[in-house]
Ligand binder design. Structure first.
Ligand SMILES: [Zn+2]
Length: 144
């Protein structure tokens, strides 16, 4: 299980948000209580993402170590649209199931990362042309 002091869902959403920025590589980690679970998102081109997950022992010292110092647990390649869509759906399901208050009770240290969810949804909708995550149309101005 993950440490309760880290804001894992917010870190995940923020890491995905980075896929729309200028950097080719994003890194963030989960604290699995003394073990670092490091996510590395690398963009070989404009549309694809190589996701690698490394497990590094001893979080007290691992943050300064290169990815290769840990065990590679997972590697897969996805289109950015597909990967971000899946992450958004997972976060939305958590929100639907627990609500903001329920999430706070469960996770305690951190509220549900609503701003992070909305930022990522907006970027995904705008750049990946996802119909399911399309931004709602602006309400029509009411005639006076
Ligand atoms: Zn989508």
């Amino acid at each position: 299980m993950f440490g309760y002091l880290t804001d894992a869902l917010a870190d995940l959403l923020f890491g995905m948000t980075g896929l729309y920025g200028q950097w080719r590589t994003e890194r963030f980690f989960f604290d699995a209580v003394t073990t670092e679970i490091r996510w590395v998102l690398r963009r070989p081109d404009e549309t694809n993402v190589v996701l690698s997950i490394h497990r590094l022992q001893d979080l007290a010292v691992s943050l300064g170590l290169p990815d290769g110092a840990g065990e590679l647990e997972w590697r897969s390649t996805h289109s950015r649209a597909e990967l971000v869509h899946a992450v958004l759906r997972a976060a939305e399901e958590v929100l639907e199931r627990h609500g903001e208050e329920g999430y706070r009770e469960l996770w305690q240290a951190h509220p549900f990362p609503m701003a992070g969810l909305q930022d990522l949804r907006r970027l995904h909708s705008r750049h990946d042309a996802c119909a399911e995550h399309a931004e709602p149309p602006r309400p029509a101005a009411t005639a006076a």
